[in-house]
Design a protein around this ligand. Structure first.
Ligand code: UN1
Length: 518
């Protein structure tokens, strides 16, 4: 059954101002640029239909983008930050205007349900608002000098080109977290979107074009470069790119971090997670089950923050299991643009294969598959990317449980004794992105939040692991890479800090009382 929301792709593209349904786009600078030889055809994970063919950037394109961006930086950094903020404010307005079609395109190209597609665009709007406010607040500290008639303060200056490597699962929001902060900081952005979801990137570029032109923003402040891992690697090695912000797998992040580190550049890494929810005997199970299901099957288990492990006290284990087993088999799976669907497809067949492989391996290790784990068949599911979300009873020590599988697999792990045992299990993986506890007992929740508690970048109480607001700093520890994006003071990483000491007297006293008379 088709509903109204199942809009034709041509419709969505024309609403976004993208005229050709099968365009050959390349970099943001040269739409359909001539330098490109290689093309890639993008198929929707929802129905397998061809969405677009994009030109992949060549080395010459890369050079062109970087040199234009460098040039743009020289002018952009001279704009007062609130004036840059005004441009970002207008971008936020445009995104409000295009929320519906862009949200649909995100759903169609990436496969997340429309509600989540719209939520992703809302996240972009939110970061724009945040960045606008921030554009009047890029403040450093002032300090009292130890010397008379001296004062000290610190200021933040623009950094230069910020390279953004984003992943398919949040094809547009993660760019905006980086790009809007970078923009108000006076930086310019070269965005390499995931080669699996380039059209949403093109759409963003298209949406902001009028704003950029109307405000006479120099060409090259916001760039996209569509390419494969080669382009990402070029950026990581390129000294002209002082900051590379990369989202994706730990394997990819290690390569980027190494290359950027070798040239003493800055990298901001947001990598894999293996996020757990702890359910203590004092958990409100009604709330907890809702959070667990959203966390585990939302975005078909393809968020960095997806709930992968459920650490349950043995006294409530059977009840939790029973409740989940009532929900899981009835989850509506299908076309993510249809009303009422809660689980869309995985991104591609490779992801389906990884899902099946993890399930096979965990069962070999002794895991007990309770529900799900099938690839759906039939006309509606012909892409081979629709799977039934799985629940597996498992041991924390299993290899498979220690890994991040980017798919809807939830491992149930039993703990006994006090909450510290659950925290040990929660922390006992290489990743450290998001975590949460459900409990109304202050002793348990505070232990979880204490310095011996969760070791993750995000630790929540009585809400799930996914769906963070943009106002907080986003990122995690250990194999997650240590970077922090979006809210709080994450902006500082996009600027260079300078300490200034000013002498307004007629003497030249030295610090530390040193005498150096001649
Ligand atoms: C990601 O999966 O890379 O907290 C980002 C969340 C979203 C962002 C996820 N706000 O789930």
């Amino acid at each position: 059954m088709q509903t109204e929301t199942k809009t034709d792709i041509t419709d969505i593209l024309s609403q976004l101002g993208i005229k050709d349904a099968n365009p050959a786009y390349s970099t943001g600078l040269t739409w359909g640029g001539e330098n490109n030889a290689e093309t890639r055809t993008i198929h929707s994970p929802t129905n397998g239909k061809r969405i677009a063919t994009v030109n992949m950037a060549s080395e010459a394109d890369y050079e062109q983008v970087i040199t234009t961006a460098q040039q743009a930086f020289l002018e952009w950094r001279t704009w007062p930050s609130p004036k840059r903020g005004e441009v970002v404010r207008q971008i936020g307005q445009k995104l409000r205007e295009y929320k519906e079609p862009l949200g649909k395109l995100v759903s169609y190209e990436m496969g997340k349900i429309l509600q989540e597609g719209l939520g992703e665009v809302q996240e972009m709007i939110d970061i724009c608002d945040f960045a606008v406010g921030l554009s009047r607040q890029l403040h450093g500290y002032t300090m009292h000098s130890e010397r008379p008639t001296h004062r000290m303060y610190e200021q933040y200056h623009p950094l230069g080109i910020v390279g953004v490597i984003s992943a398919f699962n949040f094809p547009v929001a993660v760019w905006s977290w980086n790009a809007m902060l970078a923009a108000i900081c006076g930086d310019v952005v070269v965005w390499k979107p995931s080669e699996k979801t380039p059209l949403t990137a093109v759409a963003c570029q298209q949406i902001i074009q009028d704003v950029l032109q109307e405000n006479q923003v120099p060409e090259g402040v916001f760039n996209i470069i569509i390419g494969d891992a080669e382009i990402g690697s070029k950026m990581a090695h390129d000294e002209r790119v002082p900051l590379v912000s990369a989202t994706g797998s730990t394997r990819m992040g290690k390569k980027v971090g190494e290359a950027v580190g070798r040239r003493l550049g800055r990298s901001l890494l947001e990598l894999g997670g293996n996020n757990a929810i702890i359910l203590t005997p004092n958990a409100d199970l009604e709330m907890a089950i809702r959070a667990v299901v959203f966390g585990a099957v939302g975005t078909c288990g393809q968020r960095c923050t997806s709930t992968r492990r459920l650490i349950i006290h043995d006294s409530i284990y059977d009840e939790v299991k029973e409740r989940l087993l009532k929900v899981y088999p009835n989850l509506p799976i299908g076309d993510p643009l249809k009303d009422g669907i809660l689980v869309g497809p995985l991104i591609d067949k490779d992801a389906t294969a990884a899902f099946l492989d993890a399930l096979e391996r965990v069962q070999q290790e002794g895991g007990n598959l309770l529900t799900g784990g099938e690839v759906l068949e039939g006309e509606e599911y012909a892409t081979g990317t629709y799977v039934t979300p799985a629940i597996v009873e498992a041991e924390h020590s299993y290899h498979t449980v220690q890994e991040e599988t980017f798919a809807p697999i939830l491992y149930l792990i039993k703990y006994s004794g006090d909450v510290n045992n659950a925290i040990d299990i929660q922390n006992g993986v290489r990743q450290g992105l998001s975590s949460s506890i459900f409990s109304s007992n202050l002793l348990e929740t505070e232990a979880f939040l204490s310095h011996w508690g969760s070791d993750c970048g995000i630790a929540n109480v009585n809400i799930g692991t996914s769906g963070a607001e943009i106002g907080g700093a986003f990122g995690g520890e250990k194999d997650t890479g240590g970077g922090r994006e979006s809210g709080s003071d994450a902006w500082r990483f996009y600027m260079r800090r300078q300490t200034n000491t000013i002498n307004f007297g007629r003497e030249l006293p030295l610090a530390q009382g040193i005498k150096f008379d001649f």
